[in-house]
Design a protein around this ligand. Sequence first.
Ligand code: FES
Length: 318
Amino acid sequence: MNADLLTVRVERRDNEAEGICSYELVSADGTPLPAFTAGAHIDVHVAPGLVRQYSLCNPPHERHRYVIGVLRDPASRGGSQAMHEQIRAGAALTISAPRNHFPLVNAPRSVLLAGGIGITPLLAMAETLSSQGAQFALHYCTRSPERTAFRDRLLSAPYAAQVRFHHDSVQPLDLPALLAGLERDTHIYFCGPAGFIDHVKASAAAAGWPPEQLHLEYFGAAAAVPIDGDQPFEVKLKSSGKCYTIPPGVTVLRVLNDAGVFVPASCEQGVCGTCLTRVLDGVPDHRDLYLTEAEQAANDIFAPCCSRSKTASLLLDL
Ligand code: FES
């Protein structure tokens, strides 16, 4: 087994809200789990060939358990469905050690904006900021109270007074008004589905918020969805000189894997960065949600699990 992989046991599973379960994972041999920081996630090997990323939402000082929250997503390609249907208390799971692409930075004050199940990394951040005595507020947007996971935990947390719930069905968050009332040195962390992220990004841009004070993580992604008008293109591998045609609706990753060219991958949705591959020639059509705008604009790296090509061919450093 890969040295970075761990075997854990599901100690308990709880229904947190409509369609959302939490899973408490403990080490199978009783040894402390690897330490993590707020914003970290683990890969969960849900079933053979099915690996999904879930943020850790328990207090980061804990070493005896990891807690994840899983939304049963109707658009799921199998991951959340399998978690909900097959993974019960007592089950053994293979996971990766925690990795953090969404860390807290030193800031005079912070605002955490959660959209739905995007609450999970922000819960760990709230725990950390609270334990540091930092100035922060958490705004948690959900469709309705019934779909608000971890509500009891938040209401009884030491930082409960810094939490505001916003329900689309009652009174949605007025983001421009919130931004207008913030100190300009506030760092904003936001996590949620693509529509929520886009809304926060657009509102922050309209308010002239400094981009370096915005920190985001997508939950789920529509990145791999084919777009009408997609054209076939070629990828050429530097090492072998071999060329492969990528038809519309099929990913570069799939074509290469089918041809026996191994490219490491995990989420296959453009959110984890595992498959990033150097581009030596040609212009990628970036569809991932992982690279920053500047990294995408450099056009020297792309995510073959979802991105395509703007040019007739791409030369890859493979
Ligand atoms: S496999 Fe996760 S970004 Fe490509």
